[in-house]
Design a protein around this ligand. Sequence first.
Ligand code: NZQ
Ligand code: ZN
Length: 384
Amino acid sequence: MFSNFVYQNPVKILFGKGQIAQLSKQISPNSKILLTYGGGSIFQNGVYEQVKKALEGRNVIEFGGIEANPTYETLMKAVELGRKENIDFLLAVGGGSVLDGTKFIAAAIPFEGEDAWQIVTGKEKFKKAIPIGSVLTLPATGSEMNYFAVISKKSTHEKKGMGHPLVYPVFSILDPETTFSLPPRQIANGIADAFTHVMEQYMTYPVNAQIQDRFAESIIQTLIEVAPKTIENPSDYEARANFMWAATVALNGFISLGVPQDWATHQIGHELTAFHGVDHARSLAVVLPYLLKVKQETKRDKLIQYAKRVWNLSGTDDELVAEAIQKTGEFYESLGLSIKASEYGVNQETIEKIVKRFEERGVNFGENGDITPAVVAEILEMSI
Ligand code: NZQ
Ligand code: ZN
């Protein structure tokens, strides 16, 4: 059924060349700003200078070193700094990890409970957050226009998602030129991540939500079209701009309105990252093709629709299902991503650990809640 929904996305987007210059106008003049960033790419591609210039004369302190798959351990140092310095605005400059990490920092600074990790697990509710703005340098996660964050805990090898409307960015600046410096690996990852985000919200069962379906299909088609161009020619502005906007709308809440969602690929992928350090997008490419195989009966109608509308395939229904799954795997491979988890050292032992963890948590995934830990094992065994 096309379910009821309430839709409100409060994030102001400033998109295009030179938009970082608008930064100062977005943040109230008396704010004490904590600028957060990652491992230093912003110093090499000129983004840091643009940000500093735009914020000339403003009260800004900095926290760097947020790693890919941001960790609770690192982020708590920023929380400490933010509390000590009494900051009242957070400006995240970087990729999804910096943005996600900053969302956690925003919620953790005013948090009065004992253990801020419980913000991530959802065991403790937070009621306040410091406002956030972002300058995005890596199109992939959609974090710039959603309220999710994925945080890792080093000490326990956990990686978990949190989400709350209080951590929506107030604004996000998306200048495709800031992405020209991305290495091909990160571009490929970004395309694969955005593609999988659409699949998680689209590849379920039909509820006759025509706008969401066609919007989702157009995002996938755009990604397929721009992928080779933007990988081959990183400074093709139009290709990069289309990719950047595609990645944002893939996970800004619009295509999931009133429709069933899956997200099992992400849940399983997070475990592969937690145990083997697999890049986020790469963890998805080794799960989705097999998940589609295992769940092809319940996803059949949508697979047929996807085969016809996205890949322009024809044939019998059985052929369409098989080819749609094949095309999905080939798309990841065309980006240079393996579809084999064994490539990353995942083996039977990892599968057992993941299954045990899911059993302990008592979780089943998928749009029908039928991806049990045993089904997770079945999917992963096909991938090793
Ligand atoms: O740390 P720096 O030095 O900035 O380098 C980064 C990092 O090494 C580099 N980079 C970023 N922009 C660059 C650049 N290098 C050159 N030029 C630029 N313009 O790229 C590397 C990867 O960055 P990262 O932020 O980790 O990548 P991504 O944006 O793919 O984020 C991945 C994280 O987001 C989470 C993932 O789980 C993972 O932790 N996700 C967040 C979601 C959300 N908030 O909604 C949903 C996603 O499904 C995903 O789970
Ligand atoms: Zn993702």
